[in-house]
Design a protein around this ligand. Sequence first.
Ligand SMILES: *Cc1c(COP(=O)(O)O)cnc(C)c1O
Length: 456
Amino acid sequence: MEKIPYKIYLTEEEMPKKWYNVRADMKNKPAPLLNPKTLKPMGYEDLRPVFCDELIQQELDDTTAYIDIPEEIRNFYKMYRPSPLVRAYCLEEKLKTPAKIYYKFEGNNTSGSHKLNSAIAQAYYAKKQGLKGVTTETGAGQWGTALSMACAYFGLECHVYMVKCSYEQKPFRREVMRTYGAQVTPSPSDTTEVGRKILKEFPGTDGSLGCAISEAVEAATSHNGYRYVLGSVLNQVMLHQSIIGLESKIALDKYGVKPDIIIGCAGGGSNLGGLISPFVGEMIKGNADYQIIAAEPASCPSFTRGKFAYDYCDTGMVCPLAKMYTLGSGFMPAPGHAGGLRYHGMSSTLSQLYADGLMEACSVIQTDVFAAATEFARCEGILPAPESSHAIKIAIDEAVKCRETGEDKTILFGLTGTGYFDMTAYKSFNDGNMSDYIPTDEVLEKGFATIPDVKL
Ligand SMILES: *Cc1c(COP(=O)(O)O)cnc(C)c1O
């Protein structure tokens, strides 16, 4: 067997031409979205005022396993994909582990994360429908940046509601978005009804993703020629992100490598869902077995301490309800440094897979995450995003276990992005000022109390 290279690339010809929709193969389908007013399942027509037509079809489709990637999107993908699948030889050596570690690196584009994979698809369908523009929210700023790039490419207007604390903490992120032509508003703002209401109720609030979502939805539905787009949580996003898992699988198959453990960080679940999709598909069909681990922050533990229930996706309760692992839409996460993982809920597809025992989850504290990030950066060279570093932490833990047991397991993890805009967080870690926040049961109970009692 030839030595596995440091980086396994695919040729343009080898790149996937279809996304994989794991819902088609799931025995228990994810529960449908519910109308927040009537609590009835939402169909195509109900969703049209908010979302783009073709994206709704993808959202509701749980029967088509493979969906063509339009040529325009594939051409854009070719500018920054395939993303490298890297064998972490240096990390393995540093850890003195017999484990073999691979990571799929999605930070090799200007937006710095995997979010561009879905942004470009969503902008394409919006343009194809003849829309003028799209609205969205952004927490840490990665999604807003990715969407700004995609909208600039297709000539669409882009209005981003940015969670206020990030808007203030990350002025450079904001400027990147503006450079690509987006309009950026700190949220909550007084430009929407729901924003004004939240400001009145919580004066001086730092904002949250849930608030920003409510504002972006209101802005889309109250302007002609606009729709709302979302960078995570939804089924359509996970579908687009399946490109990560498909490319990984093709690359590993080339060398006859089969992972034992697959790890991804979980915010709304899109990168993890995309990474594991083709592997979970094999598991469901009984063709293979993998240990899949979701890594989430101890400060926002949707899987490990949340409830599996129908809940609102946003604080303003204007969005459809989804059945998912949730901390309650009223849960206000403490300001932490992994902005992309601070969402109260989780993809309903991943939630169903977790409920069915097809995957596991564990939570990690912030200082351990940054210690792992630093260790990784010093040997593999890449400066990882704090979000991604949750997966690094678990991958290192698993590799260290192998050192102790002598097992030579193969570990694959998703390295979702780079951390150049997170230097305030790194500074606080380097200065020894970083704290670890773990919500008490009491705090969680307050969030759970905001979960509606939905009986179907
Ligand atoms: C947004 C983001 C995440 C979390 O989002 P998911 O939908 O759970 O994938 C993770 N890493 C990075 C770098 C991000 O930007």
